[in-house]
Design a protein around this ligand. Structure first.
Ligand SMILES: Cc1ncc(C[n+]2csc(CCOP(=O)(O)OP(=O)(O)O)c2C)c(N)n1
Length: 645
């Protein structure tokens, strides 16, 4: 095992000797683990191998302290080259070789088909191609916010270069002078379907250069050349470098070389025997029986638990918007975010916010003005932004991604999913959700956020009813670990009042996830609203109560979690009507019906919500068109109640 640095101007002889010997051991491990699993990606693993050995041997990383503060970050973007990564991590003592080889692609531990962030030495789970560079940007920003400049290395595939998110990340890295990042493209000229130039011709050098990167080309199997380029890249603080490493897929085994087939296929028995003969190492090292036996035994993993990085924020004091104040939830969000930053640390709070060219609409202006180094204007590059913010949120920085719902959720769902797999803690603050988008029409109506985000296991969904509840929800979400989504409409909303005319969600009201807020108590049925239409539901319920129909009204801000005592209370009602400006197929109505069913309670249920894409128009008109205004709600509830008498 050798530890080196990028300090000497040339790599030492000891390093080069070790490298040439380690390559053989790692090739053996790659072939053994893929053969044992009967699947995996040996071809790209072997073409990337020389780079991987140089990186993990020379970068500022430490197998004895893999998550040490201020370390360099090696973010492998083409995560399918996991056999190559694991073989090198084993060679350098980050993980146990026998464990990695024998359990690769089995459910017994974390040596998965694509690299996993839980493995010491791996910084980001990748496999959905095109996201690694964005993640590295987030990590470098994280250290910068903590007052450190680190290096980040991003090995990538050449087929992978076809992904648009990479060019988003390139521009972002140059804009924010993230010169510590070095991209290394494994230019083996092959991808699954064959030649990269046939699948999608692309001028790699021109693309990276036009976005402001310095590009060099090297022999990606020459350890000294790899070392030299990586070292020189680190000396340049004017721009980030992209190293195009010319390589051969399947390098080291003649019949695997330059064959797209071995991108994603393990060797069969005959091929394995031929590889053993060709690589010429002692045959006992190739004995698969002990590995097979260990795989069957499913031994306990020795991989340590990934540590969590805690952030301590001060929620500050909740604000109460009175009955006369009419404001929008998004302004309440912007104010609460700014106040949490101020309450935590007036000058340098561990908070960051990302915007995609909608700063005024998503109300980040005050935060931007007072914390310019914590605000990132990423342009119309939502995929990059989502991943970058997700990665930054794992670096001890509470990270807000503010956007319109349709871009912050629908456009970027896959990025959030991968962030969740990476145990990210991003706070997605979306405005313009539901039908409340002004006159923008169906392209902008995000009516599916509950349905989508419920699939993300670590996500918590918050849909406040008015500015008062927004204030408390934002302070809660920012100061609570985990992924969170806060959904807000565009319009100014009435303050929701209790029966005495005081702000229901103001004053001493405390927000508790899961709790259902009973705004009006009644015994003849219950209207349950979520988010923006709650004011309409209040007006409808008050009108029905004045008419003698004793219906109650509740609000659910966390449709994905409804606590059992609240369910029991709802279940005592003769019927329930849900009201939401979300698709009726996958929103509050579905969540509540499921929760009641699981609770053992079934009651008549009318779902009022969005039944189709809705037209353009002022929100009040669109609500009327879709039957979500107070009069329509009242008529539907009355008819439903009448039918049950
Ligand atoms: C976003 C995304 N689309 C498609 C795939 C399926 N896929 C996995 S590897 C691969 C080809 C990658 O080619 P390249 O980057 O050249 O890697 P190499 O073949 O050199 O290993 C594809 C299309 C994926 N993992 N992610």
């Amino acid at each position: 095992m050798v530890r080196h640095t990028f300090e000497p101007s040339t790599p030492g002889e000891d390093f080069l000797t070790w490298h040439s010997e380690a390559v053989s051991r790692c090739r053996r491990a790659i072939i053994q683990m893929t053969s044992l699993a009967g699947s995996g990606h040996p071809g790209g693993s072997m073409s990337s191998l020389d780079t991987y050995l140089t990186l993990w041997a020379c970068a500022n990383v430490d197998p004895a302290d893999p998550w040490k503060e201020g370390r360099d970050r090696i973010v492998v973007s083409h995560g399918h080259t996991s056999p190559g990564v694991y073989s090198v991590l084993a060679e350098l003592g980050f993980v146990d070789n026998q464990e990695a080889v024998s359990s690769f692609r089995s459910t017994q531990n974390l040596f998965e088909g694509h690299i996993e962030r839980e493995i010491p030495g791996v910084e980001w789970t990748t496999g959905n191609l095109g996201q690694g560079l964005s993640a590295a940007c987030g990590m470098v920003l994280g250290d910068r916010i903590h007052g450190r400049e680190i290096r980040a290395f991003v090995p990538m595939g050449d087929g992978e270069q076809q992904k648009g998110q990479i060019s988003e990340a390139r521009r972002f890295a140059v804009k924010y002078n993230l010169h510590g990042i070095t991209a290394i493209i494994d230019r083996n000229r092959l991808q699954i379907g064959g030649d990269t130039d046939d699948i999608m011709p692309q001028d790699l050098r021109a693309g990276w250069e036009s976005d402001g990167w310095h590009v060099v080309e090297i022999d990606g199997h020459d350890a000294a050349a790899i070392y030299g380029a990586l070292r020189e890249a680190g000396e340049d603080s004017s721009k980030p470098w992209c190293i195009i490493a010319n390589t051969v897929m399947g390098k080291g085994v003649s019949f695997m070389e330059d064959k797209a087939d071995f991108h994603g296929r393990a060797l069969n028995k005959e091929e394995l025997a031929a590889a053993v003969a060709e690589l010429g190492e002692p045959t006992d090292l190739w004995d698969m029986a002990p590995l097979e036996e260990r795989r069957a035994r499913r031994m306990e993993s020795t991989v340590p638990t990934l540590p969590r990085v805690n952030v301590n924020l001060n929620p500050g004091n909740a604000v109460t918007y009175d009955a006369e104040t009419k404001t929008d939830c998004r302004s309440a969000f912007g104010r609460a975010l700014h106040e949490v930053a101020q309450a935590t640390d007036g000058s340098n709070p561990p908070i960051a916010a990302f915007d995609c060219d909608l700063e005024g609409s998503v109300k980040l202006n005050a935060f931007h003005k007072d914390y310019p180094d914590h605000f990132f204007q990423a342009g119309i590059q939502e995929h990059h932004t989502a991943t970058c913010a997700g990665a930054l949120s794992t670096c001890g920085v509470t990270t807000v991604f503010a956007d319109f719902g349709v871009f912050g959720v629908c456009e970027t769902y896959n990025q959030h999913r991968l962030s969740d797999i990476n145990h990210a803690e991003i706070k997605i603050a979306c405005t313009h959700i539901g039908l409340d988008v002004g006159e923008d029409g169906k392209t902008h109506q995000c009516i599916d956020y509950v349905g989508l985000l419920r699939n993300i296991f670590g996500m918590r969904i918050f849909v406040p009813a008015d500015p008062n509840q927004t204030d408390r929800v934002v302070r809660h979400a920012l100061t609570t670990p985990g992924m969170a989504f806060i959904g807000m409409g565009r319009s100014k909303l009435p303050t929701i009042l209790d029966e005495s005319g005081n702000p229901f969600f103001g004053g001493e009201y405390t927000f508790e996830p899961g709790q259902v807020d009973f705004i009006r108590r009644g015994n003849s049925g219950l209207v349950v609203a979520m988010g923006t239409p709650t004011g309409q539901a209040v007006a409808a319920v008050d009108a029905m109560r004045a008419d003698g129909l004793d219906v109650g009204l509740a609000h659910i801000a966390t449709p994905d979690r409804i606590d059992a005592s609240s369910l029991a209370e709802i279940a005592r009602q003769p019927f329930v009507v849900t009201v939401e400006d979300h698709s009726v197929n996958t929103g509050l109505g579905s969540c509540l019906a499921e929760a009641l069913f699981d609770h053992g309670s079934a009651l008549p249920h009318l779902r009022i919500g969005v039944e189709n894409y809705a037209p353009s128009g002022p929100s009040s008109e669109v609500y009327r068109h879709c039957g979500l205004d107070a009069d329509s709600i009242r008529e539907k509830v009355q008819a439903f109640a009448l039918a049950r008498q």
